[in-house]
Design a protein around this ligand. Structure first.
Ligand code: SAM
Length: 289
């Protein structure tokens, strides 16, 4: 199967992304481990520890002002839970709250159930919000899914809330942005909601073509094995085929860095990104001046 990506329109991409993540929600966590040999956990741990949420440069005992972290496309919670653990436990800073947001209620609902295993203080600092990253003025708290036939994609016409300008200290997005239909719109929204001095941080698949041999093994794995594993384990070849193609189409490190700069962010002098596992994934960061 091939989705013939170059010809899909924005609304077709939206519908495709909606059905893909509704379909994979229940098997998502297990599939991540299988497809990446568990590497995604190492990348996510690294992403969160380099962001060091809740760190106070003044003193580990003096209280800091409250920090608001927004985890966009947060799905089943892998990043949000790590951010909370790092802030509350590693940095002993309970003054950090995390909003986990996604366009898909099926993914968020899995996250909500998983969060029941977190310490009560972390659960209290966590909120679940339905939103499209491309327009954060329209959001609503996660509403439970009542029937199997119910629409799980967030409909902005049902919004009851929104995110304010200059209200967020740290914006994270992991393995989400390549699914967005309008990446510049999402970057503009990230810029709007961040406080001056706030940080945009993105973990995403990227290009690993610096080492041709490694790259050819990686490409074989992606294009042959992943759709097959998707078929065998999740009973869903097409969704995993989509995932592989969306990685292929996502801009290279330099191009994506330039999009981030184009939205007004300052990026660090050494390129503005960090390659992980030879560029299979990369972390990009920008600061709102
Ligand atoms: N961040 C999580 C992680 O690292 O495990 C989940 C990543 S998952 C691969 C991608 C998520 O992006 C899905 O949950 C999907 O619903 C969400 N998504 C896709 N398009 C979106 C959009 N326009 N706005 C918000 N979330 C979106």
């Amino acid at each position: 199967t091939h989705f013939g990506f170059s010809t899909v329109t924005t609304s077709q991409k939206r519908a495709l992304v909606a059905s893909v993540f509704t379909s994979v929600a229940d098997s998502y966590d297990k599939m991540n481990d299988l497809m990446s040999f568990g590497w995604h956990r190492i990348w996510k741990d690294h992403f969160v520890s380099t962001l060091n949420p809740g760190f106070s440069p003044l003193s580990s005992t003096s209280p800091t002002s409250p920090q608001h972290i927004l985890d966009i496309a947060g799905g089943t919670g892998d990043i949000a839970f790590r951010l909370l653990h790092h802030a509350h436990t590693v940095n002993s800073n309970p003054n950090v709250k995390v909003t986990i947001s996604d366009i898909n209620r099926a993914m968020l609902s899995v996250g909500k159930s998983r969060s029941a295993a977190l310490p009560a203080s972390q659960q209290a600092a966590l909120s679940f919000v339905e939103a499209n990253a491309e327009d954060l003025r329209k959001t609503r708290p996660l509403t439970p899914i009542l029937s199997q036939t119910e629409q799980t994609f967030f409909d902005p016409a049902t919004a009851t809330s929104g995110l304010e300008d200059d209200s967020v200290d740290l914006y994270t997005v992991a393995f989400g942005i390549r699914n967005f239909s309008d990446i510049p719109a999402a970057l503009a929204e990230a810029y709007r909601v961040l406080k001056p001095g706030g940080v945009f941080a993105c973990l995403e698949f990227s290009k690993a073509d610096k080492h041709p041999l490694f790259n050819s093994v990686y490409k074989e794995w992606s294009f042959r094995a992943i759709p097959l594993i998707g078929q065998l384990v999740a009973g869903d070849r097409d969704s995993y085929q989509y995932l592989v193609e969306s990685i292929e189409r996502f801009p290279r490190q330099e191009e994506f860095r330039d999009l981030i700069k184009g939205a007004g962010f300052r990026v660090s002098g050494d390129g503005g990104w960090e390659d992980l596992t030879g560029g299979v994934a990369a972390i990009h960061r920008g600061m709102k001046p």
